[in-house]
Design a protein around this ligand. Sequence first.
Ligand SMILES: [Zn+2]
Length: 676
Amino acid sequence: MRKTLFLALLSLATALGAQTSIATNSPTPLSERVVQYTIDAQIDPVKHTVDASETLAYRNLTGQRLTSFPFHLYLNAFQPQSTFARETAESGGFREVEREYPEHRRGEIRIASITADGFGDLTSAQRFTAPDDGNAADHTVMEVPLPHPLEPGETITFHIAFQDKFPESIARNGYKRDFMMGGQWFPKVGVFWHGVWNCHQYHATTEFFSDFGVYNVKLTVPENYTVGTTGVSTGIIHSGGRNTMSFYAEDVHDFAWAASPHFSETTETYVSAMGPVRIRVLALKSHPQAGPRYAAILRQTMAKFEQWYGPYPYKQITVIDPEPGSAMEGMEYPTLITGGTDWWEPSWLHLLEVTAEHEFGHQYWYGMVATNEFEEAWLDEGINSYTEVKVIESLFGKDKGILGGTYANAGERDLQRYEYTLVPDYDPMTRFAYKFRDERSYGGVTYGKTATTLLTLEGMIGEGTMREAVHQYFTKYRFKHPTTDDFLLEIEKAAIANNRVSNSPAYVTVGAPFTGSGVDASKGPVDSAPALRFYFHQAIYDTAILDYAVDSVTTQPVQWWKPEPEDPKKTDYLNTVVVHRKGDFILPVSVEVAFDDGTRTRVWWNGKDRWQRFTFQKHGVKVISAEVDPDHIVVLDKDRFNNSYQVTPHGSAARKLTAIILFLEQCLSQVATWIV
Ligand SMILES: [Zn+2]
């Protein structure tokens, strides 16, 4: 309904001759354009340098007088004394030369001058700050105090001259052979957010956070270079063996580029509900299969995102295939992503497709829904890992996400789950990215645990409800900076609207037939936490471990003191199942009990006590097995081997197939560590 109306208005606006945008398929601005960057950059791929001038117009929409401006200088992270390098060394990086920081790994961004119209020359006022850890030698944040305040509603225009020296890539940007990746390459202003400037240092685990705006960028490169960028191309001038190319991007919060003399181009068009989208793939000539493969997966992924969450509004998406082994693979920027291919990769190993899907997903969770990646990384990487599972499963099948081979299949959800089970529960999902115990914990929790938590939630409230919630979240918060609360509230709203949980104090029982009120009628209202908060508190804000087990399954005659008659069918049996909550995570669960006459029964447990005994008195019937969470909804259960228990014909207990499953899980966790 809403979409139809929107499209009608869109065509009406077009018919009336309304100004259409250059880089989006929307006739009107999509974001509150806080910043406007104009950059003119000379790129030297031999020296790996950039010499540039930047004009930044910043609109003060904060409602406050601003007395200083912080800028990110990300390239200064690639120096031995930086916080980024210190943290990377601590977690085992930079080992190629023992106790030495190689010169070619050094990166730098130097501000030659900074002035502002009406504020004078600010060059000598600039100073480095380290708001996160106080490391005075870290130069990734620069603060520029103003001689007098910028009033609310006014615009300040900075003019900055800067020089970059790119490192041989360590993470995300830099050079590799003659390939150059311009990510985080220019002085970028922080975000005034929740009443203060938000401008974190660059850390080993952190990504980015910026305001939306407009970018006019000119890049001058040797004429044998092909360039891919954020936004769209608006012109080219040839002069003296060099090309000066102009690019324009709007309603984005960053601008990235990649340049190589070895790109070959593949283009395709995807027609979204808002208009045509050009898929431009720049793949290395040594990877001839990569172009069509990237284009195909992009088209499929874009269609799924449009169908489930909303259309991609930009006119172009550019895919860069970087030099192998460059540490620049699998990265997202607005309307530009990097993939990653290796010559040895067989086509049934869908790493290229999964990487491209993941990075395209970031156009939604980061690109448009621009959460603070320093502080709430689970909202971009985690939600993106969840939608990755949904899209990859729908495209390749539930068990064939990564390994679509004849001998080995591995589903996306399994890989996310193993990533989560591999790390100890040191850190909650909501922890600031740079405050995680280490990079492993950050990765396992932010990607794997989040995906697993959201898949479990989907099992509880239903796939349709979850999709509606994520769609609402996207629609409401695209081109904004939402928080954890905003996301969780949309889930609760959708769950209540679909009658999946009650708005009154209630709890849901996983796998229980839904009563409509959200309360398991047989146990009564147990939890005073409203709606889904009981789950969110434990899974998202806490580090509680979820592990339910069937401890024992036993049978004995009711009249145990009498000799058992010849015909067991004439004996009354007391069948007993003991279920154990081994972790501190409390979640109501269901238990399925199977008997030797072929019948099955389900019981529900609020999971509050440490353990629960269920007894079944049956005439001539013995229990043969029991399984907690029989529908396999609670993927967040850390140990699934102890979830079922089977009695053998000899009366001793055996864990069915445990050895084989354990072996498979080990293989899969190996795969999971490769692709993290
Ligand atoms: Zn990601």
